[in-house]
Ligand binder design. Structure first.
Ligand code: G6P
Length: 607
């Protein structure tokens, strides 16, 4: 996590750094800081909390402009969110910002303490700064110190440094964590993602591990162990538009509302003559025809979308699939058979555990496919193939359209695989494509029912804990429903396989405990309802989200929300919208910080 932006050029570093940090704030927002330098002096400004607080502090530097500077927005790993622990850190002649984790920082700290270094923060980053200072000698180039430190530091990092005596230059290195160099009309930039570069730099270069970038107001150099090279520039295709919330009260609500139109815009690029077509993703159709087993690897909501993907892939393509939480993948350890396809699902394309899983699978000779939203991200670049989910920038920390588009793409990909391996014919494939495209109308109807969901939210918002239950695919939706509620409205929501509840957990049901059941499958409806009734008999306050599978729907539970649509797919996607709106409404009524929930970051770039 943590976002970094650096600038050297003829423009205003203050402006660039603050604008860049605003875009990067999704990476963490417990504190922020900036460093500015010119020929005569330097300033370090740090604040606890959001970038807007930093902005207020930087305003105090009014009338002063700087050609060089860098900024940081933090998600705490070592040390609580505080001004002291905020970056930049300055030790002796070195100032830096850091994204990542230095695993051996205690050992280094002890060593440096013995030679007189003292520390003002609890962070691993300040220790790295002191290490750099201890290696930096006036008569040697900063690269010497950076490479010495590189040999000692264990962990992941992206650093931007300023060294005393080098007022016009910034230096950067990375290992594990992302960092890009950008070239704009008015200078050079360093940023954790391409979106933060996009308003300023139309060209970029992604730092390779072990390289040191040196930028000045007029030049950018790459120092390698074999000498200095010039960056080979790529075009930055990302067009970041500062649209704001477009009248919605929160980014989350704006993004929920974008979903109906995203159904077609996300899928249409992968449909030709009514059939799935992934030529755009450069997929090797021959290699895919041989696939015998699929691993889906992801974190958080992307892992929940992968579970839906598993179901679609097994149902349509009849290929056995396993879903892994990315942070556990390497330790399970997974069994690879010949012709295993490893699918990495990620909105940001920068989730550290998902990246590590991709590299692990690739190193063992497996074919990897990224299903990614962020163009140019590490997963998009390093996976053998990449399908973009085309959801556009997602700014709310709790994903909505990111998750929905992942599910849509996985559905279409499952139809493609089944057609490619001749498990279905073109006519069947066309009909499945029509089915998935038609969910846009359905979810538009669900969107229009926000008031009904708001009323349901009133009933559950004060519950200290709550259960979501479902069977089969509905259980996968329960996992996402519970996560959404936990993330933004801080209700301890647990997802349970409906039939499993009675094997222990039912003892937690007390008078009034809300139990929410999901039923999108007619076949499983009766069984799920029985499980819901078991909780009602023990005092639960029951809510059912279901297709119309009985004439007495309103008698089954205390509340019933009839999902829109008729097909299974329509019911599933209507339920996705409902669970998002329910969580949103709960958070809204509780007065929670919806777009920036406590303790979270949108892109988790540490393992
Ligand atoms: C974080 C976000 C989640 C997201 C997960 C995976 O935890 O808060 O919303 O699902 O990371 O992120 P990715 O970018 O890999 O989809």
């Amino acid at each position: 996590m943590c976002g970094i932006i650096g600038y050297t050029g003829s423009g205003s570093a203050k402006e660039k750094i603050l604008d860049g940090l605003e875009i990067l704030e999704y990476r963490g927002y417990d504190s922020a800081g900036a460093f500015f330098i010119d020929e005569d002096n330097f300033h370090i400004v740090k604040t606890k909390g959001k970038v807007s607080n930093l902005k207020d502090e930087v305003k105090k530097l009014e009338g002063q402009e700087f050609p060089v500077g860098f900024g940081h927005t933090r998600w705490a790993t070592h040390g609580e969110p505080s001004r002291e622990n905020a970056h930049p850190h300055k030790v002796g002649k070195v100032t830096l910002v850091h994204n990542g984790i230095i695993e051996n920082y205690i050992e280094i700290k002890n060593r440096l303490s013995k030679i007189g270094y003292t520390f003002n923060s609890e962070t691993d980053s300040e220790v790295a700064c002191a290490l750099l200072d201890s290696y930096f000698k006036e008569n040697a180039h900063p690269c010497v110190a950076i490479w010495e430190a590189e040999r000692v530091l264990i962990g992941s990092y992206a650093f931007v440094f300023s060294f005393e005596g080098y007022k016009n230059e910034l230096f950067a290195i990375r290992k594990g964590s992302p960092l890009h160099l950008g070239r704009g009309s008015d200078g050079f930039y360093l940023a954790s993602d391409l979106t933060a570069l996009s308003p300023f730099a139309k060209e970029f270069y992604t730092l390779k591990e072990g390289e040191i970038v040196e930028i000045s107001t007029s030049d950018a150099k790459i120092h390698t162990k074999n000498g200095v090279i010039s960056p080979i520039w790529e075009k930055n295709e990302i067009r970041y538009q500062k649209t704001g919330k477009l009248g919605y009260s929160h980014y989350m609500l704006k993004e929920i509302n974008e979903q109906p139109s995203l159904v077609r815009s996300c899928l249409s690029g992968y449909i030709k003559n009514g059939l799935p077509n992934f030529e755009k993703a450069n997929l090797s159709y021959d290699a895919l025809e041989k696939i015998k087993r699929i691993h889906l690897v992801a974190c958080g909501s992307a892992m929940h979308a992968s579970l839906l993907g598993k179901r679609f892939l097994e149902e349509h393509a009849k290929i056995p699939c396993e879903v892994f939480v990315a942070s556990e993948y390497r330790y399970s350890p997974p069994l690879f058979e010949e012709n295993t396809l490893v699918i990495l699902v990620s909105q940001s394309g920068e989730t550290a555990d998902t990246i590590a899983s991709m590299r692990y699978a690739k190193d063992r000779g497996n074919l990897t496919l990224g299903i990614i939203n962020a163009p140019g991200s590490t997963l998009a670049k390093e996976s053998d193939f990449c399908i973009y989910t085309e959801a556009g920038a997602e700014l709310a920390v709790a994903t909505t359209k990111g998750y929905l588009t992942q599910a849509l793409v996985l559905y279409l990909f499952s139809v493609f695989l089944s057609l490619n391996s001749k498990k279905i014919n073109e006519e069947n494939a066309k009909s499945l494509v029509c089915t998935i495209l038609s969910v846009d109308t359905t979810i538009r109807k669900t969107l229009a029912r926000q008031k009904e969901l708001s009323r349901l939210a009133e009933k559950i918002k004060n519950a200290p804990s709550l259960f979501y239950i479902g069977r089969g695919l509905d259980y996968y939706l329960c996992l996402e429903g519970a996560l959404k509620l936990k993330e933004i409205s801080y209700i301890n929501a647990q997802a349970y396989e409906a039939g499993e509840l009675k094997h222990g957990t039912i003892s937690l049901i007390e008078n009034g405990t809300p139990v929410v059941a999901f039923a999108t499958s007619e076949m499983l409806f009766e069984k799920t309802v029985s499980n819901l009734k078991e909780t009602k008999s023990r005092g639960a306050y029951t809510i059912l989200f279901s297709g119309k599978f009985s004439n007495d729907m309103d008698k089954i539970a205390d509340e019933c929300f009839l999902l829109d649509g008729n097909t299974r797919e329509e019911l599933i996607f209507s339920l996705i919208l409902s669970l998002q709106l329910l969580a949103y409404e709960c958070a809204l009524q509780k007065g929670c910080e919806i777009d920036r929930p406590r303790n979270l970051a949108k892109s988790v770039t540490v393992e």
